[in-house]
Design a protein around this ligand. Structure first.
Ligand SMILES: [Zn+2]
Length: 244
């Protein structure tokens, strides 16, 4: 599958197979969620089906935008809006600790404000913490976060150097990084046992209606993961079903 999501300079793959017809039932997680969206309202009903699998597709990106719209998540326009959101606690810093490494080139296309890009929504921070705290997380493993929140202005800069960044040419093709709900974890040099565990965990979380994830296998090598606002702190990352 070609890359639509992650923002590393890369060559688009050709002839990759596309699969986005896997539809499973919706488990009603959003309907019972207690997280509060930017408008202070609960989301509208979520479609009864969602995509499960890591292949990525225009439909997967559209779903990310649908979820952002249902939760009325703001898309940040520029570094000033990011800084204001960070000062207000709407976005929280994502810091290296334990098994989590943060790439040192995050925000490097906007050196004057690069510090504002190492932030994300609180539920992204919970998701990352829960991943590495899961009892089945491979012992001693580490992973590197390569992208977090972006502004529309930053995405425009990225499009000049990346063939894989979401174009935003239609509302359904906007990058979910603009909402601060999305994290990229590089798969470059990731040990196979960790990669295999991450795949199982992410598909499991997709089935539970908590994330939409894509494994970028061409160009930008990463897991691109939109964490939904319904995600609750302390969620088991890899359920019993996932560990089988
Ligand atoms: Zn991404």
């Amino acid at each position: 599958m070609y890359g639509l999501f992650c923002g590393q300079p890369a060559r688009a793959a050709e002839g990759a197979s596309m699969r986005y017809g896997n539809v499973l039932f919706f488990v009603g997680v959003l309907a019972s969620a207690s997280a509060v969206n930017d408008a202070g309202a609960q989301p509208q009903a979520v479609p009864p089906e969602f995509l499960v699998g890591l292949d990525g597709s225009p439909a997967a990106l559209a779903r990310e935008n649908d979820v952002a719209d249902q939760w009325q998540l703001r898309r940040f326009k520029d570094s000033s809006e990011l800084r204001a959101a960070e000062n207000a606690g709407v976005l929280v810093p994502i810091c290296p600790h334990g098994s989590i490494v943060i790439a040192d080139d995050i925000g490097s296309l906007d050196m004057a404000s690069r510090d504002v890009y190492q932030f994300a929504r609180p539920w992204v921070a919970w998701f990352l913490d829960d991943l590495v705290a899961d009892p089945s997380f491979p012992k001693g493993a580490t992973f590197k976060v390569t992208s977090l929140v972006r502004s529309e202005a930053y995405q425009a800069l990225l499009l000049k150097v990346s063939l894989t960044a979401a174009s935003g040419t239609t509302p359904q093709r906007r990058s979910s990084h603009l909402t601060g709900s999305t994290v990229d974890i590089t798969t470059k040099d990731m040990p196979e046992p960790l990669k295999a565990w991450m795949r199982r965990a992410l598909v499991d979380l997709e089935r539970r209606g908590l994330v939409q994830a894509t494994e970028e296998k061409w160009g930008a090598l990463c897991f691109h993961i939109m964490v939904f606002p319904a995600y609750q702190k302390g969620t088991v990352s890899c359920s019993a079903a996932c560990r089988k």
